[in-house]
Design a binder for this molecule. Structure first.
Ligand code: GTP
Ligand code: MG
Length: 214
């Protein structure tokens, strides 16, 4: 027999374990009354830049915190901590996605009931994070204007598992001849927001959406 079925079996078990832990996390989040939003995108699409804006705006009326995943460095946590919100970095080493165990560990010692919103920035990757439920209430997928309109077609799973899509770097749309209509058509049946973390355009609308979703 070839080795493939066994590999498939191992992968299934890993995912099953992750789903069980994610379900427990989701129950914990609900009991604590915290709304959890995860951000997924390719590397550099603007997750941290958008979070810097979102944390700043939401903190005016809500208690917010963030977890941020990267293979290496604590740079993104340092950027987000400037907002004054509690932030923890998860360094994954060679792993190209966050999983529920990593989120669970990173939350150790945190009083979730003291939070209204918890953001989880995933590792920059359009493939690996798609299969891992983190117990979040809302999964936000980002697509930057500089990546091209075809990414939802090439990486369908991450878009299918998302609840909302955010087109980032809208300030660069003209320079890179980004075709908004094609992008929206490719994204399909998701609510879509267009934002610039540089100019702040569209961020207030996204904040209103998040307040409404909570
Ligand atoms: N012009 C423009 N640049 C942006 C915008 N958002 C992010 N950037 C730039 O894009 C680069 C990547 O942004 P990040 O926020 O670090 O992206 P990221 O998705 O968190 O990246 P990883 O965590 O490494 O995957 C930085 O140089 C940002 O300044 C935007 O709205 N407009
Ligand atoms: Mg980042």
């Amino acid at each position: 027999m070839s080795g493939t079925p066994r590999l498939v079996e191992v992968r299934k078990n890993i995912l099953k374990h992750n789903d069980e832990l994610a379900r427990a996390l989701r129950e914990r989040f609900a009991a604590a009354g915290v709304f959890v939003v995860s951000l997924v995108s390719s590397p550099g699409a603007g997750k941290t830049a958008l979070l810097e804006k979102l944390l700043g705006l939401l903190a005016e009326r809500h208690r917010v915190a963030a977890l941020v995943g990267d293979l290496a460095t604590e740079n993104d946590a340092a950027r987000l901590a400037r907002s004054g919100a509690p932030v923890r970095q998860i360094v994954t080493g060679t792993v190209c996605h966050l999983d529920a165990t990593m989120v669970d560990r990173a939350l150790e010692g945190w009083d979730l009931a003291a939070l209204d919103f918890l953001f989880v920035e995933n590792v920059g990757n359009l493939v690996c994070p798609a299969s891992y439920d983190l117990g979040e209430n809302l999964r936000m997928v980002l697509l930057s204007t500089t990546e091209g309109e075809d990414k939802p077609l090439k990486y369908p799973t991450i878009f299918h598992t998302a609840d909302v899509a955010v087109v980032t770097k809208i300030d660069l749309a003209e320079a890179v001849e980004f075709d908004r209509e094609t992008a929206r058509r490719n994204i399909g049946n998701l609510p879509v927001f267009e934002v610039s973390s540089k100019t702040g355009a569209g961020v207030a609308e996204l904040v209103e959406f998040l307040r409404g979703a909570k």
